[in-house]
Design a protein around this ligand. Structure first.
Ligand code: DHB
Ligand code: FE
Length: 296
């Protein structure tokens, strides 16, 4: 059976990509930010995921206003990056896992998530920057990108994104084979890039999210998208990606590491690493029942 090793939530601000390209990780301005990713990198080295399933939001590179899927699942052999105009170097392609993607897509549709399957999909800064932050020496062997619409309203609700994550987690747990899978959710935390509230950041709300998402994620699923935009800003709605990641990790999770820094560019930058809380062996009664069922 495939194994869920954990989940990571991280911001994906383009300025981070520029700092990496200019090798400014140890500059006084950037050092505290990049140092905060070391524990996440060490944890990933120990967790040894074979596959990263990445919930991210495309910002107009692959999808545009003419055709905007709410949920899009990658089913390509590789995922290319392209110039978005941020001045960032274009990254080499990421290897996909079409077999795993299709099994995921089948499970999601069976679970009544009417997703869009993408056999060709460009990945933008919301995908590439977290990859560089979490795996500076090179990405994991295989990736499956899942894009959630945050560009054109109506957006899916926090509850729906959490439910999508739960469905993805269930599907992964049912997979044959011994793949180790990590879930990544990119974006947020609070920020608004344009309009009359440009520069808006809400520290208390971000801190509440970083607390509640670990042990009480359902508390964050009761907001409407409007409420989330009011509380976190127009682009802070990217918290949806974190909720999908959290749903995928499973019912109970424990915090491994977190960091919060304000601002990185226009954004309150957050990082969270969680692990599924594993229980010991099955209680004896359950094992006995399972053995009986096996015999039937
Ligand atoms: C910024 C943040 C984002 O999430 C993004 O997609 C682009 C820019 C910023 O803070 O500059
Ligand atoms: Fe963004």
């Amino acid at each position: 059976m495939a194994m869920i090793v954990g989940g990571v939530g991280t911001s994906h601000v383009p300025a981070i990509g520029a700092a990496i390209a200019r090798e400014q990780q140890q500059s006084p301005q950037w050092k505290p930010f990049f140092d905060a990713y070391r524990p996440a990198q060490t944890w990933l080295e120990a967790a040894r995921p074979d596959v990263a399933v990445v919930f991210y939001n495309d910002h107009g590179l692959n999808f545009f206003l003419d055709a905007m899927p709410t949920f899009a699942v990658g089913a390509a052999a590789e995922y290319r990056n392209a110039d978005e105009g941020w001045g960032l170097p274009v990254t080499p392609p990421f290897a996909g896992d079409p077999d795993l993607s299709w099994r995921l897509i089948e499970a999601l549709v069976e679970d009544e998530f009417d997703i869009t399957s993408c056999q060709r999909m460009l990945v933008d800064h919301a995908f590439t920057i977290p990859m560089k932050l979490l795996w500076p020496k090179g990405p994991p062997a295989r990736v499956v990108p899942i894009a959630i619409n945050t560009v054109q309203h109506p957006l899916p609700s926090p509850a729906r994104c959490f439910g999508l994550g739960q469905a993805v987690g269930r599907a992964i747990e049912r997979l044959d084979g011994d793949d180790r899978v990590v879930f990544i959710g990119t974006g947020g935390l609070s920020h608004q890039l344009d309009g009359s509230r440009a520069g808006f950041i809400n520290r208390p709300f971000d801190q509440l999210c970083l607390e509640q998402i670990v042990e009480e994620p359902r508390c964050l699923t009761h907001y409407s998208v409007r409420e989330l935009v009011a509380l976190a800003g127009g682009q802070g709605v990217e918290l949806l990606m974190w909720l999908a990641m959290r749903g995928a990790v499973g019912d109970r999770a424990a915090r491994v590491h977190s960091h919060y820094q304000v601002p990185i560019s226009n954004t309150a930058a957050g990082l969270l690493v969680i692990e599924p809380e594993r229980f010991g062996e099955r209680p004896a009664s359950t094992s006995a029942e399972a053995a009986l069922i096996d015999q039937l």
